[in-house]
Design a protein around this ligand. Structure first.
Ligand SMILES: [Zn+2]
Length: 218
């Protein structure tokens, strides 16, 4: 098991557990250079209608509890919120089963997203690691990861993302628990922090494998 997953094993329930999980996730992502220069944001559901989420502009590798906001899902963003907090809030509102959302500016996700901005999707198939994504049992499955154009108007972007995710994947395809922003990074989620971390880690490695396979000349 990777350090990323192991750190999220025993952080507990409720607000304190959610805050501890956010701090652990930020530290592990920072160690992998996935959140350079205070980028990225991390949230964990701390109750039915609230989340613990990183505030704007903080180093995700050195988070303390004061860097985490407890954001009610039915209220406007709190002062100090990240510009991207609305992307988290909308996903939680639309999907009661989501318990954690992690967003990173990792290298391979950011590059592959930019390369496929025109397609609007990255498809993955033939990789054993696909089975780390919840519900997938075969490397033969075709996995879709939606790609959106980057947009500094994150409220409008949240609406575009929600509309797209409400539509089914292409026939015979399965949708990944994540999406990409072109030239920007990756959002991944799960029922809790451990599952979100597993999905994040698996997707970044799947993008790496895809890029390396395309450029490798035997
Ligand atoms: Zn970002």
């Amino acid at each position: 098991m990777s350090v990323f997953l192991a750190k999220l094993l025993d952080e507990g329930e409720g607000v304190d557990g959610a805050v501890a999980s956010v701090i652990a996730a930020g530290r592990c992502a920072s160690a992998r250079n996935w959140v350079p220069a205070t980028s990225g944001n991390f949230s964990v559901r701390s109750g039915r209608d609230q989340i613990a989420i990183t505030r704007s502009g903080v180093d995700k590798g050195a988070l303390s509890p004061s860097d985490i906001l407890i954001q009610p899902l039915d209220q406007p963003l709190l002062p100090g919120s990240s510009a991207e907090a609305s992307l988290h809030v909308r996903l939680y509102q639309d999907n009661p089963d989501i318990g954690a959302i992690f967003h990173v500016h990792s290298l391979y996700a950011t590059v592959i997203a930019r390369a496929h901005a025109g397609d609007g999707v990255v498809t993955l198939t033939g990789w054993e690691l696909q089975k780390a994504l919840i519900g997938l049992t075969s490397h033969e499955t075709i996995v879709e990861v939606p790609v959106f154009d980057n947009d500094q108007d994150t409220a409008a972007l949240a609406i575009r993302v929600a509309k797209r995710l409400a539509t089914p994947a292409a026939p015979g395809h399965r949708r990944a628990p994540g999406y990409l922003l072109a030239g920007h990074g990756l959002y991944a989620w799960g029922s809790g922090p451990r599952e979100a971390a597993r999905h994040l880690e698996a997707l970044e490695v799947l993008f790496q494998q895809t890029i390396v396979a395309r450029t490798y000349q035997p």
